[in-house]
Ligand binder design. Sequence first.
Ligand SMILES: Nc1nc2c(c(=O)[nH]1)N[C@H]1C(S)=C(S)[C@@H](COP(=O)(O)OP(=O)(O)OC[C@H]3O[C@@H](n4cnc5c(=O)[nH]c(N)nc54)[C@H](O)[C@@H]3O)O[C@H]1N2
Ligand SMILES: Nc1nc2c(c(=O)[nH]1)N[C@H]1C(S)=C(S)[C@@H](COP(=O)(O)OP(=O)(O)OC[C@H]3O[C@@H](n4cnc5c(=O)[nH]c(N)nc54)[C@H](O)[C@@H]3O)O[C@H]1N2
Ligand code: SF4
Ligand SMILES: [Mo]
Length: 697
Amino acid sequence: MATSVRRTSCNLCEAICGVLVTVEGGRVTDVRGDESDPLSRGHICPKAVALRDLQEDPDRLTTPVRRTADGWQEIGWDAAYKLIVSKLTAIQREHGRNSVGVYLGNPNVHSLGALTHMPTMVRQLRTRNKFSATSIDQLPQMLSSYLLYGHQLMIAVPDIDRTSYLLMLGANPLASNGSMMTAPGFGRRIKEVRKRGGKVVVIDPRRTETANVADEHHFVRPGTDAAFLLALIHQVIVDGHARPASYVDGLAAVEAAVEEWTPERASRLTGIDAEAIRRIAAEYATAGRAAIYGRVGVSTQQFGVLCQWAIQVLNIITGNLDRPGGTMFARPAVDTLRGLGRGHIGVWSSRIRGLPEFGGELPVSVMAEEILTPGDGQIRAMVTIAGNPVLSTPDGRKLDEAFESLDFMVAVDPYINETTRHADVILPPAPPLEREHYDVVFHQLAVRNTARWNDAVLAKPSSARHDWEIFRDLGIALVRRTRLSRKRIATEAQLRLPPRRIVDAGLRIGPYKLSLRRLRKSPGGIDLGPLQPALPKALFHKNKRINLDQPMILADLPRLDALQATADGELLLIGRRHLRSNNSWMHNSARLVKGKPRHHLLMHPTDLADRSLTTGQLVTITSAAGSLAVEVASSNDMMPGVVSLPHGYGHQRPGVQLGVASQLTGVSLNDLTDNQLTDPIAGTAAVNGVPVTVTAS
Ligand SMILES: Nc1nc2c(c(=O)[nH]1)N[C@H]1C(S)=C(S)[C@@H](COP(=O)(O)OP(=O)(O)OC[C@H]3O[C@@H](n4cnc5c(=O)[nH]c(N)nc54)[C@H](O)[C@@H]3O)O[C@H]1N2
Ligand SMILES: Nc1nc2c(c(=O)[nH]1)N[C@H]1C(S)=C(S)[C@@H](COP(=O)(O)OP(=O)(O)OC[C@H]3O[C@@H](n4cnc5c(=O)[nH]c(N)nc54)[C@H](O)[C@@H]3O)O[C@H]1N2
Ligand code: SF4
Ligand SMILES: [Mo]
């Protein structure tokens, strides 16, 4: 049998590791890290091996299916497209264009074909009811970048390979492999910081895997990080360490805003020692090359935007933004920012709750009410693409009910899961190993400039479709609903361009004047060097200045002033991730899910004792959204008063067709999170810091 080793990449998470895949007689027999990859340097995690399981999963759909009274039936591609377009068109004709809603899930950003072709298809639906994982994820980072740097995706990343001080809040890269910061082998990179004599400090309500490899860890009461960050700004200014670059305005407004946020005051709210806050401020401000980084724990909480703005302010006023070892901007070979909108907020609002759109999307927290509340503009049909919002977004049970009530639903997804079981038609795209890839998103967020093109490892069967082909065909059918015009012809032509042609054009006009041909000659990727200073020229604001004084954010300070301690007996619920799991999916790989169960509610021993509970016992967790029962486990790594549950579990819902996953114990964290609990600035779901009570079941 012919054996070959092919170079490709794993795109299951943001680390985009280079991998070597051994193929024997058309089957994958081995997956390992590519030592020659200039970014990942051989790193992989256990999920890479599961690429093979995705390929061979008997539950993975390979042809479109249609739900009928007698169950799921296979249907041809063309018949499926025809059915979808005629149903969506009829519904929009009768109820208006906003009667079709769209949810765009996480794996879209990991697929080249989704990025090149999906937005054009979705635009043809002309709906304002668009949702995505952004509003339960990185929205606060995008909004602060939009306000400060003029572009929603102009994200500064810690220059971890040169820093001597890294302060991390609400991030656990040893489980997540890093996010909004592509740094494969994050653990090794942390070790290297420490070996250089640098310092790594972690702020998290749980002593995480990352905290365990850091120099210092502090528990923080969930949802109060903004107070800690404002006190750091306060202290940096008091100590005379605020020396922003000449292109920065608004320091006086910041100074006034943090005047009363002394370390003592922040300490009372956060639980972090005032002396420690003072010391961290001084160490960070004088380290010379220092970076503050905050991820999910300081984004999907009630003060997410305030936190992410404050993190930027600290990096800016200490002169760490845009300097080696501080936080810097990547310069990828395909200039992603130029091809994307800079962003906007509040151009329209949601119909029922009036939450603002951001970048053309409404917050996921309003999706269920927009489907369930009758009236003009009610959503009657949904298109979900690479998303499982029943498990991934707040109050999943309500959303389950909402999806069941729809007149029509389409899912572009390889599985029949908690969300897609409600669909009338499911269109499954070809799996990762059958796809070509260039990363148009994560090179933009990478800690080093590199570029890599990957040919497909395995040939796609002729009966299968790539995601981009699905979006092309649906898009063309949708645009053909409009009158023949120049615009329509241009849209059709754009949809017909294969992703590789788009990448090639992007490379040629990009900053390094590369080409697909050039990249294909170096299948392991090429190194374009460390991050380079780029400011103020790279700013998207016309005046090339950064204004810290953002009224939208400063107006939120009274809400923080009013923040109270939790009520008696109440606990705060937070999430957690595990290296061998990936959001709401990949639980169908026996190889990944084996081992110790990972679904328990973690609770500090004193909180258990206060309630006369013991490890292993079934407990009932109750929140404003509902209650559920799960086993509890004692953990000294939890901050007292805080409990933790992972999201993405709970595959026992009826109709789910996931063999291995359906056998898995565990409940859905998002059956407890509350869709009324948001960060009001932009409606980001606050799924961390949810008030709950825990009692014996
Ligand atoms: N409580 C709580 N909730 C959270 C989070 C949390 O920390 N706590 N995290 C949030 C975050 S950060 C995110 S990003 C969201 C993620 O939530 P979602 O946006 O729902 O994404 P996933 O859970 O990754 O779901 C992936 C879906 O895409 C399908 N899929 C996999 N690969 C492909 C593909 O190549 N093409 C297509 N078309 N489909 C594919 C899978 O079968 C699955 O249905 O969850 C959020 N929800
Ligand atoms: N293995 C694996 N990798 C993944 C994923 C996965 O599901 N599994 N998901 C991917 C996705 S979509 C994303 S967005 C990234 C996320 O990447 P990370 O943000 O690194 O992910 P988490 O592990 O959720 O880390 C969030 C941390 O915030 C802490 N936290 C909770 N509330 C608070 C708070 O109020 N304040 C502070 N300071 N901390 C708090 C939690 O205890 C947790 O340790 O991971 C990606 N990578
Ligand atoms: S860290 Fe793991 S899942 Fe993420 S890209 Fe690398 S191998 Fe894939
Ligand atoms: Mo995410």
